[in-house]
Design a protein around this ligand. Structure first.
Ligand SMILES: O=C(O)CCC(=O)C(=O)O
Length: 289
């Protein structure tokens, strides 16, 4: 067992658009922006009680930390519950139940009046602002977003820890073939360097997010998230425009996703075991010393 080498995220206050583009967006460097949401109505309005009042009656899909097995698709929720009851659960203490990628415009359009798309040089895709909720102790599997968007991620109500890994580190992270996450058996809090020696090369960027903080995650950046207490986040995305990245996005969305679903449907756990074991063998051969 060990721990990853990490460096702290750069944090800035009141950054100009030019500075953000030159220092962070162009070189694709993550940064935590403090104060970006201070003037949003959301900054003072958004908490769990407000969400309960607004949408408590909705039946919401909940995901947990258990690995997906066999023919299962990772998009299948573990259970469903009224949003009001789920948020009561979050207030009461630890739970691994999370809400993932909840479309704000479809499900809670009133919230769109409480935030703005920051004028920071990113061309946001305004049709897909999404929301995430998590209880104390819940974890989001290390992954990057399939559409390779530049992400601006905002956190509210509680505190959460995010560890970022640059796209170049995919080869050390035991990325699962035909997927955008790494091996679910790896304990990202206590990585086993004996079993997975390539992990020794990993360098993470450590981020602690508090109410109102904004985190810029450049395209293809891996994120591993732990909710330290109950809270929620939104992500705004700027889709890729450069041709090589657009091609990759299309490949991920239209080929990889469907191919993986087909293989799981037809071969089930055999497919999963085959591709994972092969990847682990190859990675260990390359990186064990
Ligand atoms: O914070 C979360 O629960 C997940 C966020 C995430 O994965 C994303 O914004 O892509």
């Amino acid at each position: 067992m060990g721990t990853f080498k990490t460096i702290p995220i750069e944090r800035v206050k009141d950054i100009s658009k030019t500075e953000f583009i030159e220092k962070y967006h162009k070189p694709q460097i993550p940064v935590l922006l403090e104060g970006l949401t201070k003037n949003w109505p959301a900054y003072t309005k958004w908490n769990l009680e407000y969400i309960q009042q607004l949408a408590g009656d909705q039946l919401v899909p909940l995901y947990n930390n258990k690995p997906t097995k066999g023919k299962q698709n990772s998009a299948v929720p573990a259970t469903e519950m009224r949003l009001y009851d789920y948020l009561e659960l979050l207030k009461a203490g630890p739970t691994d139940l999370r809400i993932f990628f909840y479309n704000i415009l479809d499900k809670m359009p009133a919230l769109a009046n409480d935030f703005e798309y920051p004028d920071i040089g990113l061309k946001f895709f305004k049709r897909l602002p999404v929301m995430f909720f998590g209880g104390e102790g819940s974890k989001v599997l290390a992954h990057y977003d399939m559409d390779l968007a530049d992400l601006m991620h905002f956190h509210f109500h509680g505190t959460k820890s995010v560890t970022l890994f640059s796209p170049g580190q995919s080869r050390y992270l035991y990325k699962v073939p035909f997927a955008v996450h790494n091996l679910e058996t790896i304990d990202m809090d206590h990585p086993d360097f004996e079993q997975y020696p390539a992990l020794k090369n990993v360098i993470g960027i450590e981020v602690l997010m508090n109410h109102g903080d904004a985190l810029y995650m450049p395209s293809g950046y891996w994120h591993y998230i732990k909710y330290l207490n109950g809270g929620f986040s939104i992500t705004l995305r700027a889709l890729p425009t450069k041709p090589h990245r657009l091609l990759k996005t299309a490949y991920n969305l239209f080929f990889i996703r469907h191919f993986e679903n087909l293989m799981r449907k037809t071969m089930g756990q055999k497919w999963v075991d085959y591709k994972e074991n092969r990847m682990v063998r190859q990675t260990n051969r390359k990186f064990s010393v």
